[in-house]
Design a protein around this ligand. Sequence first.
Ligand code: ZN
Length: 261
Amino acid sequence: MKIAIRLDDITPDMNWSNFERFKSLLDKYNIKALLGIVPENRDPKLMINLPKRDFWEYIKDLEKDGWTLAMHGYHHEYTTHDGGLLPLNRNSEFAGLPFDKQDRMIRSGKILLEKNGITTDIFMAPSHSYDMNTIKALKKNGFTGITDGFGNGPYMWEDMVFYPISFKKSQTLKSKEDGIVTFVVHTNTMTDRDFEAYEKILATKEIVSYSEMLKLKPVKATETDRFKEKLMATTKFHLRETLRISSNIKRYIKKRVLKNH
Ligand SMILES: [Zn+2]
C-alpha cells in the first residue's frame, strides 16, 4: 500500500516550527502533501504563532511547487455534536446544520480562498464530520472531491469522489495490497516521537505525493460499502472512547493509591 500525506489545520497562525520541520522531512524525499487550509480560522486551539504575513503567497508558491490544496471547513468552529456520515468524532462544523446554512458557509469559505488567490475543488471536513446536506452544498459550490472515507483508493459516491484515509496506520504500514491511502497529520501538535516515527516511515515505506492519489480512477462505491465504512468509523470512535475512559480510571486509581501512602 502506498501512502499519501494530508496536513490538516493549515492557518496563518499555526505552529510554524513544527510545520517547517515536517515540510523539510517531506522535501528530503520530494513528497508534496495535501494542505487543508482553513479559509478564516476562529478555532483558538489552532492559533499558536503570530500570523505569517505572506501566508497566502507562501501557500500559492507551494501549490506551484506541486502541493495540493483543500478547503478545510470554514471557521473550524464546532457548533454541533453530530458525527455525520463518517462518525469518527462527535464534533462538527457542518453535520446537523440545515442545507441553507451549510451552503452559505461553504460558499463564503470558497470566496475567501478565492480572494486570496486560491481555488480548489477538494473539501476536508473538520473532525471528518459531514452529512448529506454538506455533500449537496459542496456540489452546488463546485466541489468535486472529499478527503475522507476508507478504502485502497478513490471511490465515487453521490457524484462525489472520496479520497480515503487510513483506518489504522499500523495496519496500512503492514499492508501488501495495491492502492494509495492517506495518512492524516496534524503538525500543530506533533511531538519529537511523532517526528521520529515519520522519519522511519518516510525512509522505509513508499510515500507518494498527493497528486498520485488524484490520478487514480475512482471505483463506484455501493450503499453496502458506505454502510461498512460507517460501521468502521463508529467502532473506531467507541474503541477510542473506551481506551480514554479506561486510562482515566487507571490514572484516578494511581492517584488514590499515591494519596493513601
Ligand atoms: Zn482540523
